[in-house]
Design a protein around this ligand. Structure first.
Ligand SMILES: C[S@@+](CC[C@H](N)C(=O)[O-])C[C@H]1O[C@@H](n2cnc3c(N)ncnc32)[C@H](O)[C@@H]1O
Length: 298
């Protein structure tokens, strides 16, 4: 495959509805993410990066845990998400979190801004037009990404860019979905229809909705060692687990219609059915399996 600096479009949107979806995603996976970060050894004073950070929900969780002697840089390509992340960092007084607009393939930073930006601990602010990598690129204790690689057409390249940021002996921690293995009881045909549309539109965009199972091999291919992994699939808290499906489909509507996989009316009807599923307390629905991998840079 020919490498390109142009990342494929992020299909799930870049507006307030997409940001709301990220909040619900975090409600579903927050506790399993925290457990993963603890397993990976996250501790006070660490310098971390969260690649494809979206609205920064995990970035801020990490910032709380590393404390004032540590720092976290969140990186994303969507400015709207980064603005929301900065607002939250300010609101929570987390001066050790900063956010950077960059393509995950390059991790060359074009802009740095944070409320208590510290020159000693953080990357130098970029001069216009110059890349702004940290002085010692391989200096992060932990480099993390949740639900980023499944959207990319060159996940290995992005993983290599992440590994390049980690210090020798540092941790690279990835979690991403694998759409196989979602269950509902009693059966909910509209959920399977949604998952089919989700997978088809993601693939048309170059993404991989089954990337979860491939992560351990990808990590080894990227040269990482001590690759360990687990799968989580929360069914609680039930409300956000179920609500994430109609929210996701609503966010994907423009891309699905553009790809002529369904009409707008069909999508609206499916979203309504998925909301009815979410409203029904008698139906048990699992979240999408999330494969978690933690590995070391030699
Ligand atoms: C599903 S969201 C996950 C956000 C966040 N990691 C979380 O778990 O809350 C995927 C994020 O990856 C970002 N993204 C997608 N492709 C990217 C790229 N090539 N470079 C940087 N960010 C990218 C999107 O803008 C989006 O914020």
């Amino acid at each position: 495959m020919v490498s390109s600096n142009v990342a494929p479009r992020y299909l799930l949107g870049n507006d307030a509805v997409a940001a709301k979806r990220l909040r619900v995603l975090d409600e579903v996976y927050h506790s399993t993410t925290v457990a993963l970060l603890e397993r990976a050894g996250l501790r006070t004073g660490w310098r971390c990066a969260d690649i494809g950070c979206g609205t920064g929900l995990v970035t801020l969780t990490m910032a709380e845990r590393v404390g004032a002697t540590g720092s976290v840089v969140g990186v994303d390509q969507v400015q709207f998400f980064l603005d929301a992340a900065r607002e939250q960092a300010t609101e929570h007084g987390l001066a050790n979190a900063s956010f950077v607009c960059s393509n995950a393939y390059e991790l060359a930073v074009s802009e740095v801004w944070s409320p208590g930006f510290s020159r000693q601990r953080q990357w130098e602010p970029a001069k216009a037009g110059t890349p702004n990598l940290p002085e010692q690129p391989a200096s992060f204790d932990l480099v993390y990404a949740r639900c980023l690689l499944s959207h990319l057409n060159e996940p290995l390249r992005a993983l290599q860019a992440m590994a390049a940021l980690a210090r020798p002996g540092g941790s690279v921690v990835i979690e991403d979905i694998d759409c196989g293995g979602v269950f509902a009881h009693p059966d909910v045909p509209v959920l399977m229809r949604h998952l089919d549309l989700y997978q088809r539109v993601m693939r048309l965009n170059g993404g991989d909705p089954l990337i979860g199972r491939k992560l351990p091999r990808l990590c080894r291919k990227a040269g990482l060692s001590d690759v360990r992994y687990a799968t989580v699939r929360p069914i609680e808290p039930a409300e956000p687990v179920k609500r994430l499906y109609p929210l996701t489909l609503a966010c994907l509507k423009p891309a699905i219609v553009e790809a002529a996989l369904a009409t707008g009316h069909e999508i609206d009807a499916l979203v309504a059915e998925l909301n009815a599923m979410a409203d029904d307390p008698a139906t048990t629905v699992s979240s999408c399996p999330m494969v978690q991998v933690w590995a070391r840079k030699s």
